[in-house]
Write a protein that binds this ligand. Structure first.
Ligand SMILES: [Zn+2]
Length: 419
């Protein structure tokens, strides 16, 4: 995630004609490039950092001294040596502060405290107890106060709060524009939290957060560009391009769940018919299964659910499909086919080839991925080699991703404020 423009400027070496402001800009950016590389590759040696960032080894040494002085990085044990002295490795300094992060994607509301190296120190969760602005505000304040009362909360200075949620952010206000799942429209969460806790607040769509988390910690570690697709109660996606989240002009990028795949299809929560989400996400899969079984088609699903189709789950559907149940296989194939069409279009437009798929449906594994890859072969044009990759991170994806985003921005500000 190294910004090549900065490296080009520094490679010119012609600093004498630049004003002091430019020099300051260059130095701040080099510090940031180095810090990002330590975040991404740490524990890492000075020599490897020089290779990874393209900065001269002498600059790396000088910049590391600065970052150590302001407490953002520390030296850890020794690395492996190819003969000679063993190199000292560098990692982010966990003591530099902490952040609180929240995950509102359900079925539980989750909250965690992370240190400045993004290690989870403490997490708690509770069931949602009502939706809509008042109920959500009350529960969010509750869970943050619970976290603040944890002994772990006092260990490092609290720098900020990050919130990952299912919905769309308003890029201008940085707040929640809408969240159908949480029954929120233009909800000023950032304002509410800033006035209650007097801390900077970061709010981001869950699929964007997951894309970032998979890039740093999961299946996308070596990828500078990827799309994360969440296939669960809803369908959403986050675009990670050239080392950054791509939010679009207004923050509504990646709204994959509401592209229309069947104009005559079911009515969607967004008011239109045949959106991908209403045709292919988990609730659609379960309701087609119920419909087929209750209309007399023989299936293992009846016995797996204990003859109570209300108890039917995605897990049971996957189990039945693995056992060769025709209805379960048909439903998996349907969802896979709708998704494959959308993914082929997506990759064709963005020219991003790595698709990381996560969420409840994807977690069923090959029983879902095999038909997805099959369908993709049908829809992809020649030369477009799409790689379908199962997400690696599970439960803490959103918590870790939003804390990462919050920490990075807050620590960047600390670097920028240096003189
Ligand atoms: Zn829709």
């Amino acid at each position: 995630v190294v910004d090549s423009r900065i490296l080009e400027t520094s490679a010119n070496g012609d600093h004498s004609k630049k004003g002091g402001r430019d020099l300051q800009y260059l130095r701040t950016n080099n510090l940031w490039v180095l810090l990002s590389a330590i975040w991404e590759y740490g524990p890492v040696s000075r020599l490897d950092l020089a290779h990874l960032t393209g900065l001269a080894p002498s600059s790396v040494t000088r910049l590391i001294r600065t970052l150590t002085e302001i407490g953002l990085i520390v030296e850890t044990g020794k690395g492996e040596s190819s003969g000679g002295r063993m190199p000292t490795l560098i990692v982010p300094n966990p003591q530099a502060g902490s952040v609180i992060s929240l995950d509102l994607s359900g079925p539980l509301m989750r909250g965690g405290i992370f240190d400045a190296a993004n290690n989870l120190i403490k997490d708690i969760h509770q069931p949602f107890n009502g939706l809509g602005p008042e109920a959500i505000e009350r529960q969010i304040l509750d869970i943050i106060h619970l976290l603040l009362n944890e002994p772990a909360a006092g260990r490092h200075p609290l720098l900020g709060i990050g919130v990952s949620f299912p919905g769309v952010t308003d890029l201008i206000t940085g707040d929640i524009r809408d969240s159908i799942n949480l029954r929120l429209v233009r909800f000023p969460l950032s304002k509410i939290l800033t006035s209650e806790f007097n801390l900077p607040v970061y709010i981001e769509k869950d699929a964007n957060v997951a894309a970032l988390a998979e890039h740093y910690y999961g299946a996308g570690r070596d990828l500078d560009s990827l799309v994360y697709i969440l296939v669960s109660t809803g369908i959403g996606s986050g675009i990670f391009s050239d080392g950054q989240i791509f939010r679009g002009e207004t923050g509504q990028s990646g709204e994959l769940g509401h592209i229309i795949v069947d104009p005559g299809g079911q009515l969607c929560v967004c008011g239109r018919r045949g959106c991908l989400e209403v045709m292919a996400a988990a609730p659609a899969m379960l309701s087609s299964a119920r419909w087929m079984v209750s209309h007399g088609r023989a299936s293992l699903l009846a016995s797996l659910s204990g003859d109570n189709l209300d108890r039917l789950s995605i897990e049971m559907l996957a189990q039945a499909a693995e056992m060769g149940d025709p209805i379960a296989k048909e439903i998996m194939a349907n969802t896979a086919d709708y998704l494959a069409r959308s993914i082929a279009t997506y990759a064709s437009i963005l020219d991003i080839h790595h698709m990381i798929i996560g969420g409840e449906v994807a977690e069923t594994g090959e029983v879902f991925f095999a038909p997805l890859r099959n369908s993709l072969e049908k829809y992809c044009r020649a030369g477009l080699n799409i790689e379908i990759i199962p997400a690696e991170l599970k439960q803490n994806t959103f918590l870790r991703g939003i804390s990462m985003l919050t920490l990075q921005d807050l620590l960047l500000k600390q670097v920028q404020q240096m003189r």
